[in-house]
Design a protein around this ligand. Structure first.
Ligand code: KG4
Ligand code: ZN
Length: 339
């Protein structure tokens, strides 16, 4: 069944985006036939961050319509699918349960194999949806919930080289933006505010810069708050630009160091923070200087999406077979085979 061409419905509900995609795979090469994403940004904006209960309810309300829209765009019905892949964690467990239960229902009703997918494995695979990237490559995964440097040798063969010891990079953007009154989500707001600011106006600390491959953003966030409290008249454009420069400096330095340590030929950015203008620019510059092949996936493939879940699901189905329908949702699910 897993030979030749297969068509997989992917479902992703681990945070604040309800996503479904239909992906056709031929010997592992993926073609995204459709991708539908319903963002809940407006529902959470009022609270300055993702409210898990609101997220779970919104997933319940939209998942069926989103899945059907994805199928319709692909010109298919449930009967045309070869399998269903749904995120089983890590993430906000209420939302994960919604998507996984929906996937189980489709699998049961249509007699299809279900694959429970690790969200991070999806991100690791996402880079290869739009480009032929040779394994092994180094993945800098920076989003609201994750901040890790992974060496990806293949599906199910990831090695974590470094991660944040406190806040994820996107979380730091969101918290600082909220403090500055720039709204939610904070990353794009800071990106915009920084355009007219001076990145050298304030020298914010770069924690653990000379210290391995882990990162820390909690002290930076506190330092921004202390600075603004001490200097209430400071330009928020300068604060945003200086804060952004500090985060990007740390991320690019660590990614370069990791690439050098493992002799990586390819360096890939993924996760919502990969949409950051300064990070994209400095990441590519660094890759040119270091002679490394730098990949910047489209923003749609960087942020949470269901195509990456379908693709990772196909690989898992091939290697491990279907997941039992009594499988659970796990908020802290670890990538299988992660060392
Ligand atoms: O990957 P994603 O959509 O969801 C998670 O898995 O978290 O990432 C969302 C995060 C948020 O923290 C958001 O503020 C950040 O990505 N983000 C950005 C930008 N766009 C989104 N951070 C910095 N600059 C941006 N342009
Ligand atoms: Zn994610």
């Amino acid at each position: 069944m897993m030979q030749g061409t297969v068509t997989v419905l992917g479902i992703e509900t681990s945070c604040d985006e309800t996503a479904a995609a239909v992906v056709r795979l031929t010997d592992g090469r993926a073609e995204v036939l459709s991708e539908h994403v319903a963002s809940q940004t407006e529902e959470h904006a009022l609270y300055g961050g993702v409210v898990p209960e609101i997220a779970a309810r919104a997933h319940v309300e939209t998942i069926e319509a989103i899945a059907e829209a994805a199928l319709a765009e692909a010109g298919m019905g449930y009967g045309d699918l070869t399998g269903v892949a749904a995120t089983a964690g890590p993430g906000l467990v209420g939302g994960v349960m919604v998507g996984l239960s929906f996937g189980k229902a489709v699998a049961l009703a249509r007699g299809l194999p279900l694959v429970a997918v690790n969200h991070l494995e999806g991100h690791a695979v996402s880079a290869r949806l739009g480009a032929e990237i040779a394994y092994p490559f180094l993945l800098l995964l920076v989003s609201g919930g994750h901040c890790q440097l992974l060496e990806v040798a293949g599906v199910g063969a990831c090695r974590r080289l470094g991660s944040t010891i406190d806040d994820a990079a996107g979380e730091a953007f969101d918290k600082v933006a909220r403090f500055l009154g720039l709204g939610y989500p904070g990353g794009p707001a800071i990106d915009r505010e920084a355009v007219n600011g001076n990145p050298e106006a304030i020298h914010f600390p770069r924690a653990m810069m000379n210290d391995g491959l882990d990162v820390s953003f909690s002290g930076l966030k506190t330092s921004v708050m202390n600075h603004v409290r001490k200097h209430p008249d400071v330009s928020s454009e300068d604060v945003a630009a200086s804060f952004q420069a500090a985060v990007v400096d740390v991320l690019v330095t660590k990614a370069r160091r990791a690439a050098q340590q493992v002799g990586a030929k390819g360096l890939v950015l993924a996760g919502g923070v990969a949409a950051n203008s300064l990070l994209r620019e400095q990441f590519l510059d660094a890759c040119v200087v270091d002679g490394i092949h730098g990949f910047l996936p489209s923003r749609e493939m960087c942020t949470d999406n269901a195509a990456m879940i379908a693709a990772a699901g196909w690989h898992r189905l091939r290697s491990d077979g279907p997941t039992s329908l009594d499988c659970g949702a796990f908020p802290n699910l670890k990538i299988p085979g992660l060392t």
